[in-house]
Design a protein around this ligand. Structure first.
Ligand code: HEM
Length: 398
């Protein structure tokens, strides 16, 4: 039977600490449940693999929030979010046009060319860390690696990276409290201004960076340009940080798997896929809106309702994965949906995989004695209620 989950469901500290038992309980009751989030809306959450995967690719579920209830559309129009006019927030045909402009830069072949540079950045960050006996891994490694890489790829100065971190943090945290709403509005305005100025500069003097390629394509208006750049910057690092953070934590809590991987570094690519499944960096997909009355697993979803797909829950579904709560770095097959499914499948997946594989290979080789430097109960998660699963900090020693 579907449950009626309160608004607070995603926001409790116990849920952040370990959402998987709660998801297992729900899944036992059915694949789809009613959800009090966003407040005041008809909303549902899908917690199994089969229906979750299908919902991610269901064209009746729109990514354009203007298809939501009128009050929601007005709220969105009032705040004019910089993230509202990109591929992830669009349906075809706009989606195809917005994605095509950047897709050539993200093919596995193009991304493979970045390997030497990603290895070099990784080695430099680990060199800086190695001089000490302990470190906070998110600050020292998991955050800087992907942000430096995406800044270089876009052609954005990485000296601005601390500002990006603040802005993107404000945009990805749920805005339930007044100060969060205020932080978000400010970040929105500053990011819009930052990219507005950058677009002007590249238009006047194009270089061979990705920002110039996108700006001079002539396919996107200024609002879409700003939104696409903001999406690439934010999606380009908020997620990969969590792959490195959550994956390292999973290994440190499973010494047998850690030992195996040290002895078999050639299995790192499989281990990266397993980290993505086991503790998905994007815990829930961005929400979708039903464009017609429909049904998922026997539950009626009215037109205008929001649908959340829990990617984290799908990855722990025993109907799709043997012993899903066990970390198995040699898992085969591993058809996780950590990068989504369908037309919005993660554009950056080849880059995320490259970064993840290089990061874990180097980290394990360089720090043979790596261990957790706090009690597991002391770990905390960065945003309560967020769709991202982000550790606030990961103290390690060696
Ligand atoms: C481990 C790292 C990553 C994970 C787990 C991840 C996950 C995802 C997921 C689940 C989606 C689909 C969301 C939905 O359907 O609601 C997505 C879309 C997207 N991701 Fe990633 N991502 C990662 C890294 C990256 C990187 C490095 C980039 C680089 C710029 C990137 C760019 C994008 C873009 C542009 C989209 C939108 C695609 C579209 O709407 O067609 N991601 N990602």
């Amino acid at each position: 039977m579907p449950e009626n989950l309160p608004f607070e469901f995603f926001f409790s500290p116990a849920f952040s600490a370990d959402p998987y038992p709660a998801y297992a309980d729900l899944r036992a009751k059915g694949p789809v449940h009613r959800m009090g989030f966003p407040p005041g809306a008809d909303a549902f959450v899908v917690v199994d693999y089969e229906h979750g995967r299908a919902a991610l690719a269901d064209q009746r579920l729109s990514k354009d929030l203007r298809n939501g209830p009128a009050w929601f559309g007005e709220m969105v129009a009032g705040t004019d979010p910089v993230l509202a006019d990109n591929m992830l927030m669009s349906d075809p045909p706009d989606h195809s046009r917005l994605r095509k402009v950047v897709s050539k830069a993200f093919t596995p072949r193009r991304i493979e060319l970045l390997r030497p540079r990603v290895e070099q950045i990784t080695a430099e960050l680990l060199d800086d860390m190695a001089g000490k006996g302990a470190a906070e891994l998110i600050d020292a490694f998991a955050f800087p690696l992907p942000i430096i890489v995406i800044c270089e790829l876009l052609g954005v100065p990485d000296r601005d990276r601390d500002r990006f971190r603040l802005w993107s943090g404000a945009l990805v945290e749920p805005s339930a409290e007044p100060e969060q709403v205020e932080r978000r509005a400010l970040a929105n305005a500053e990011l819009r201004e930052y990219f507005g100025a950058l677009i002007e500069a590249r238009r006047a003097e194009p270089g061979d960076d990705l920002v110039s390629v996108i700006v001079t394509s002539g396919e996107l208006d200024d609002k879409e340009l700003r939104s696409t750049l903001a999406l690439l910057l934010i999606a380009g690092h908020e997620t990969t940080v969590n792959l490195i953070g959550n994956g390292t934590l999973a290994l440190l809590r499973n010494p047998g798997q850690l030992r195996y991987l040290r002895e078999h570094p050639e299995r790192v690519p499989d281990a990266v896929e397993e980290f993505l499944r086991y503790d998905a960096p994007v815990e829930r997909a961005t929400f979708r809106v039903a464009t017609e009355d429909l049904e998922i697993a026997g539950v009626e979803i009215p037109r205008g309702a929001f649908v959340h797909v829990s990617i984290g829950a799908a990855g722990r579904d025993p109907a799709a994965f043997d012993a899903p709560d066990r970390l198995d770095v040699t898992r085969e097959p591993n058809r996780h949906v950590a990068f989504g499914h369908g037309i919005h499948f993660c554009l950056g997946a080849p880059l995320a995989r490259l970064e993840g594989q290089i990061a874990f290979t180097a980290l394990l080789a360089r720090f043979p004695g790596l261990r957790l430097d706090c009690a597991p109960e002391e770990l905390s998660w960065r945003f309560s209620g967020s769709i991202l699963r982000s550790l606030s900090a990961l103290p390690v020693a060696w």
